[in-house]
Design a protein around this ligand. Structure first.
Ligand SMILES: *[C@@H]1O[C@H](CO)[C@@H](O)[C@H](O)[C@H]1NC(C)=O
Ligand SMILES: *[C@@H]1O[C@H](CO)[C@@H](O)[C@H](O)[C@H]1NC(C)=O
Ligand SMILES: *[C@@H]1O[C@H](CO)[C@@H](O)[C@H](O)[C@H]1NC(C)=O
Ligand SMILES: *[C@@H]1O[C@H](CO)[C@@H](O)[C@H](O)[C@H]1NC(C)=O
Ligand SMILES: *[C@@H]1O[C@H](CO)[C@@H](O)[C@H](O)[C@H]1NC(C)=O
Ligand SMILES: *[C@@H]1O[C@H](CO)[C@@H](O)[C@H](O)[C@H]1NC(C)=O
Ligand SMILES: *[C@@H]1O[C@H](CO)[C@@H](O)[C@H](O)[C@H]1NC(C)=O
Ligand SMILES: *[C@@H]1O[C@H](CO)[C@@H](O)[C@H](O)[C@H]1NC(C)=O
Ligand SMILES: *[C@@H]1O[C@H](CO)[C@@H](O)[C@H](O)[C@H]1NC(C)=O
Ligand SMILES: *[C@@H]1O[C@H](CO)[C@@H](O)[C@H](O)[C@H]1NC(C)=O
Ligand SMILES: *[C@@H]1O[C@H](CO)[C@@H](O)[C@H](O)[C@H]1NC(C)=O
Ligand SMILES: *[C@@H]1O[C@H](CO)[C@@H](O)[C@H](O)[C@H]1NC(C)=O
Length: 453
């Protein structure tokens, strides 16, 4: 197995080096900055370090044509220039947003027709703050009422250039405070994309989640910088870094995230994902779930490896969140419970935490305050083969003396949940590795001190 994948990767690298030479003869080097690794056509698999993806990632053939996107530069809608450049350079070209230029997007763009094309974003792209227009015209993705500014999909698309995409979120944060059923657009709608590298890129002020990655596969997210807080006392909430849904074989790495909800979230039917070397600040952790939200649906999350994460000032660190078997409400715009499915083969390996409420959190009572109800209506969603290892640092003290919770809703649904090499203390320093545990096999929970709930 290991030999086979090494051979495949070597073959991929040699192939791409050959393609790179060819690319040089037909393509002028970019004068503004070094081409990104994706542009150079290196094997994407080799860029994934230190852990390789579950399956090798395809490489991009060289791009042989360049189109520069025009702009009014005065906040008028530049969407038509973007669409025409994409159409002109699709199938083998590169679309450049120039470094010194400012682009405005005021139209919902359907970019699911892309194939073998690069978006070299060096300039600054900002969405308009017309909340009426976007609520009416954003792409409704059904799951959790997710709505996106654009939808970008197809085959073999790279987005890089280290420019900025700005969701102009303040108007949305302010409006959400007044009406929490508004449909706030997600900044990056990656819908049905198979093959590609995204990053380096800077993402700012998303009205809601930063990425919704759905129906996609074989993607690398590398060097993404996420940030942008509210400029007043209304918080920018639900600003997850990534939500992955119905997607497989994805790597997220080398990124810095400052946000106000999950840093990365593995939503229903996410399989084969590596997350490595992230710095998350202000988040709700790296989360499997929430799952089991919709009655009658089967949610699968399988084969996830999370490595070397720095988690600061967060609600959670390593987390698995499952709705109970009874209808529950987390907030006016988020309800659920009663779904089934399975979580299997999840590893959290290496996490440094500081000021985190629950550095480790496994719950099957998500969105429900009444514990009695969770016990009366246990979730049927199974959780198996989960490893929490090498997790160190200090909690916020929010649940003193506990620094973690591993609570399953019945003895039947959780199996093979392991902890090892955990050293977590609370800010007062008095207690060490104290956890609430229930309905788990405590003999597998090495190095932690389970107290009953
Ligand atoms: C994904 O694909 C399914 C099946 O084709 C489709 O029903 C759904 O609308 C697509 N998009 C999302 C976001 O699930
Ligand atoms: C979706 O929108 C509907 C209608 O506004 C609302 O009732 C529901 O709570 C929202 N949230 C979810 C998760 O479906
Ligand atoms: C990318 O852009 C950010 C913000 O402009 C800058 O701080 C960073 O140094 C840039 N990174 C690279 C690799 O050019
Ligand atoms: C929307 O943006 C414009 C400038 O582009 C600004 O004048 C206006 O105040 C903003 N509206 C809101 C509600 O933030
Ligand atoms: C938030 O700021 C507004 C305007 O400055 C003020 O009226 C309001 O009381 C503040 N709210 C809170 C909860 O601090
Ligand atoms: C980890 O990610 C940070 C932020 O992008 C980057 O500066 C650093 O080089 C990465 N480390 C490794 C080992 O790749
Ligand atoms: C997830 O996968 C399961 C098992 O294949 C399937 O039954 C279910 O319909 C899928 N759910 C979604 C939302 O695609
Ligand atoms: C782990 O992450 C830290 C901080 O982002 C980085 O400096 C370090 O190089 C990473 N180590 C490995 C082995 O990737
Ligand atoms: C479980 O995940 C690990 C990575 O953490 C992977 O190496 C292994 O192949 C996976 N197991 C199965 C049965 O897919
Ligand atoms: C919690 O649920 C139980 C069972 O339905 C009910 O008897 C009890 O009153 C509930 N407690 C609260 C505080 O609502
Ligand atoms: C708990 O795990 C130990 C060690 O693998 C095993 O011997 C024991 O049978 C397990 N207990 C239950 C109730 O599964
Ligand atoms: C476990 O934690 C409890 C509560 O803080 C404490 O009383 C007990 O001494 C701890 N046991 C060990 C072995 O650390």
């Amino acid at each position: 197995m290991k030999l086979t994948s090494t051979l495949l990767q070597t073959a991929g690298l040699l192939l791409s080096l050959g393609l790179t030479t060819e690319a040089r003869s037909v393509q002028k080097p970019d004068p503004v900055q070094k081409p990104s690794p994706a542009a150079k056509g290196y094997s994407r698999t080799e860029l994934c370090k230190p852990h390789h993806p579950f399956k090798p990632l395809p490489s991009s053939p060289p791009r042989t044509k360049t189109c520069h996107v025009s702009t009014y530069g005065d906040e008028r809608d530049d969407s038509k220039f973007i669409l025409s450049a994409l159409k002109e350079c699709n199938n083998g070209g590169k679309v450049v947003f120039d470094a010194d230029k400012f682009y405005t997007i005021g139209t919902a763009l359907d970019m699911t027709f892309l194939k073998h094309v690069d978006l070299d974003i060096q300039g600054y792209i900002k969405f308009t703050n017309d909340t009426d227009y976007w609520q009416e015209n954003g792409f409704f993705q059904t799951y959790q009422n997710a709505t996106t500014f654009f939808q970008l999909g197809g085959e073999d698309v790279n987005i890089y250039g280290n420019g900025t995409i700005d969701g102009n979120g303040q108007a949305w944060y302010d409006l959400y405070e007044i009406d929490d059923l508004i449909l706030r657009p997600i900044l990056m709608g990656i819908i049905g994309l198979n093959g590609g590298t995204i990053g380096p890129i800077n993402l700012r002020y998303s009205p809601q989640w930063y990425h919704f990655v759905a129906n996609s596969s074989d993607l690398l997210f590398d060097q993404i910088n996420i940030g942008g807080l509210s400029n007043n006392n209304i918080t920018a909430s639900n600003t997850d870094g990534w939500d992955i849904y119905r997607s497989s074989n994805i790597v997220i790495q080398n990124s810095v995230i400052v946000n106000g909800d999950d840093c990365v979230s593995f939503k229903p039917n996410t399989t084969d994902v590596i997350v490595q070397n992230l710095s998350c600040n202000g988040s709700h952790g790296i989360s499997v779930g929430s799952l089991g939200q919709y009655e009658g649906e089967v949610d699968i999350v399988e084969n996830i490896y999370v490595y070397n994460i720095t988690m600061l000032n967060a609600e959670n660190g390593a987390r698995i969140k499952v709705w109970p078997g009874v209808a529950s409400e987390l907030s006016a715009d988020l309800q659920g419970g009663g779904g089934s499915g399975s979580v299997k083969n999840i590893t959290y390996d290496g996490m440094y935490v500081y000021n985190v409420d629950y550095p480790i959190d496994v719950t099957q009572c998500y969105g429900q305050d009444n514990l009695t109800l969770c016990n009366d209506y246990p979730s049927s969603l199974t959780i198996a083969d989960v490893y929490f290892k090498n997790i160190h640092g200090t909690s916020s003290g929010a649940y003193n003396p506990d620094v973690g919770t591993i609570v399953c809703s019945s003895p039947d649904v959780c199996s093979n949940i392991y902890t090892s090499d955990i050293s977590l203390t609370n800010p007062t320093g008095g207690d060490f590795n104290v956890f609430s545990c229930a309905n788990v096999n405590e003999t597998l929970l090495a190095t932690i001190n389970c107290t009953s709930t």
